[in-house]
Design a protein around this ligand. Structure first.
Ligand code: ARG
Length: 475
């Protein structure tokens, strides 16, 4: 069991400790600690937000007479060059400078001297990072809102082609009542719309400027926080310095909104997977959204929906990470908060990619109308319509329910559908049944009859589609 190659025996316990340390780890302690604490490898994603924030801060410092106009000009000139270096990839990121903030500040000082050193007046990395992540996230949210619009548009367009396509509606994944496919699709448009509203709401709450909170208590300089807030497009400056640097609730809220969005897209994914099986055969996906199997030549796997479903777990996981990250932190800033970045970034990337997948995949969905309709005509999906028919003929609903239950039992014993029973058979359950019953037992009659706001009738779905097209086009 023992691996003698790795066991060393030392006379001097101190020497042994040192050697064990250096023997087992491939880098000196200082390097390891640096790597453990540094965030630049991931927070450099916020570099442009950091520069934007610094420029607004410098402008405010100059306006308030805290730095000179000359310093302000130097800072602007230096930041312009830094931005170019970052954009063309020549900026040299240094791990020993820990994070994006110190890297940029050090480079600024190297470029413009003392003005660079004055930039940090009246500010701390604590309010700086609280600002950067808000700026970064706000920009990403705006892009995500666009993508959400695209996904909704692609679903509405597919619904428009399927306002009268009949499919079985399910409860408990058992055939329940016929619905129109357009109606089913529009359910996702409504779900995603609530995600959009939540995202806008989250944007509203994060859109307040923490700069000026400094390390935790505010600053002794005569700063103008509302000026900086306005410069950066925030609604206002935050009202409590301790809260401003310490809470990451906006990031948690964002991940929570994203989790719900992913849960919705995951449910859609699950349905696409089911609909693609040969048992359902409701839809086909173009080859570019599927892959084959390395061993089973007949396979066409729904990889994209499966991955979207799988990635939902990862987004929900990040939400939980952030909640746990926050839960025992005393006020105000703690270094724990540095751990908020990677989950937030990964959530952004994951929902952006997943939304793109849907925006591109939904228009490619090929609807197998015949098998959808066939599935809706099997499984007594119009039983409720038969009961409603009897109620209109004067029967109390419970009695009608009972009569139709018996009719379903007979049909099932005979291995046929309700509309395949003879008028004589149907009459045996209740003598109020007439020839006209057959129009209500068809799937077309069933969906057309549900013609009210929110109902599945083709007429209603067309109205919804029309309303949504107008709404989406005007955004
Ligand atoms: N990299 C840090 C973060 O992401 C910046 C703030 C550091 N502040 C400090 N007092 N060490 O949170």
């Amino acid at each position: 069991m023992s691996n003698t190659n790795h066991v060393k025996i030392h006379a001097d316990p101190l020497a042994s400790k040192k050697e064990a340390w250096s023997g087992r780890f491939s880098e000196p302690v200082a390097d390891f600690v640096l790597r453990y604490t540094a965030s630049v490898n991931f927070d450099k994603r916020m570099a442009l937000a950091d520069i934007t924030g610094s420029l607004a801060h410098a402008k405010m410092l100059a306006k308030c007479g805290i730095i000179s106009e000359q310093d302000h000009n130097d800072i602007q000139r230096g930041m312009k060059q830094i931005r170019e270096e970052i954009e063309n990839g020549t900026f040299e990121w240094k791990l020993e400078l820990e994070d994006v903030h110190l890297n940029i500040e050090a480079r600024l000082t190297a470029l413009v001297g003392d003005a660079g050193k004055r930039l940090h007046t009246g500010r701390s990395r604590n309010d700086q990072v609280a600002l950067d992540i808000r700026l970064y996230l706000r920009n990403e949210i705006d892009q995500l809102l666009n993508l959400i619009n695209q996904v909704q548009t692609s679903i509405v367009e597919l619904a428009e082609k399927n306002t009268d396509t009949i499919m079985p509606g399910f409860t408990h994944l058992q055939v329940a009542q016929p619905v129109t496919f357009g109606h089913h699709l529009m359910a996702y448009v409504e779900m995603i719309e609530r995600d959009r509203e939540r995202l806008l709401d989250c944007r509203k709450r994060l859109n307040r400027c923490p700069l000026g909170a400094a390390a935790l208590a505010g600053t002794t300089y005569p700063i103008d926080r509302e000026f900086t807030a306005r410069e950066l497009g925030f609604e206002c400056a935050t009202r409590n310095s301790l809260d401003s640097v310490s809470d990451r609730d906006f990031a948690i809220e964002f991940c929570s909104v994203a989790s719900l969005l992913m849960v919705h897209l995951s449910r859609f994914s699950e349905e696409l997977v089911i609909w693609m099986t040969s048992r359902f055969a409701f839809i086909k996906l173009p080859d570019r959204f599927t892959t084959g199997s390395s061993i089973m030549p007949q396979k066409k796997n729904p990889d994209l929906p499966e991955l979207a479903r799988g990635k939902t777990g990862r987004v929900v996981g990040h939400l939980v990470s952030l909640l746990v990250l926050m839960k025992a932190q005393p006020i105000a800033y703690n270094h724990d908060n540095q751990e908020d970045k990677e989950p937030v970034f990964d959530v952004i990337d994951t929902i952006r990619d997943t939304l793109r997948v849907f925006a591109e995949m939904v228009p490619g969905i090929e609807v197998q109308k015949d098998s959808m309709r066939k599935a809706a005509t099997e499984g007594y999906a119009t039983a409720t319509d038969f009961a409603d028919y009897l109620v209109r003929k004067g029967l109390p609903f419970r009695d009608a329910h009972e009569a139709v239950g018996c009719a379903v039992r007979l049909a099932s014993e005979r291995g046929c559908e309700l509309h395949e029973l003879s008028l004589e058979d149907l009459r045996s359950f209740n003598d109020k049944v007439d020839e006209d019953v057959y129009t209500y037992l068809t799937v077309e009659g069933s969906v057309a009859a549900r013609n009210h706001v929110g109902g599945t009738a083709p007429e209603q779905v067309s109205l919804q589609v029309c309303e949504w097209k107008g709404r989406l086009a005007s955004r």
